[in-house]
Design a protein around this ligand. Structure first.
Ligand code: S3P
Length: 183
């Protein structure tokens, strides 16, 4: 079986759950490369996510997201990957995240769901930033809908769940390192 030090760590969860900040810290700690799929898409497209949504539509953004996810999961160097909150909405992405989990000869990623309550997310996300067109308008209402739509999808892909409510960044980073057993 492949050693855990060669396995990618992927963070999933709703917008505002802390995937990027936690992921960057985990990567620093493990001295691994860090990839934020949203930032990668924006660099590659030369446009913000809001612009991509406005010009080409959400479907085009999701295509770019799948392309980037496929690419980073193929990297030979173990990487920490922060995904966009909607990565789980496409079946192909869920397959990529869970593939071969039963095949001991391969190294499926460790997928950590940063689980947060809508109250926590709402207080963190007071306004829809450039990367979050899906939160335009009633932020709390949108988060409630997305939580309802996606909760089971996050659960389905997660190999680990870390609750983030009432926890500091350090505490969450520490738990991610503990549950992935990579220190
Ligand atoms: C999205 C989440 C965003 C970004 C895009 C769509 C979503 O990423 O990918 O706005 O569908 O939940 P973050 O979760 O990093 O904010």
């Amino acid at each position: 079986m492949t050693g855990s030090s060669t396995v990618h760590i992927v963070l999933v969860g709703l917008m505002g759950s802390g995937k990027s900040s936690v992921g960057r810290r985990v990567a620093d700690h493990l001295q691994r490369p860090f990839v934020d799929t949203d930032a990668h898409i924006e660099r590659r497209a030369g446009r913000t996510i809001r612009e991509i949504f406005a010009t080409d539509g959400e479907g085009a953004f999701r295509d770019l997201e799948t392309a980037v996810l496929t690419e980073v999961l193929c990297a030979s160097e173990a990487t920490v990957i922060a995904t966009g909150g909607g990565i789980v909405t496409r079946e192909i992405n869920r397959d990529l995240l869970t593939r071969d989990r039963t095949d001991e000869s391969s190294a499926p990623p460790r997928v950590v769901w940063l689980r947060a309550s809508v109250d926590t997310l709402t207080s963190r996300l007071r306004s829809g930033a450039a990367r979050r067109p899906l939160l335009d308008g009633d932020v709390r209402g949108r988060l409630l809908e997305l939580d309802e739509e996606r909760r089971d999808l996050y659960r389905a892909v997660a190999s680990e769940i870390v609750d983030v409510d009432d926890r500091s960044l350090d505490e969450v980073v520490d738990e991610v390192l503990t549950v992935t057993e990579i220190r």
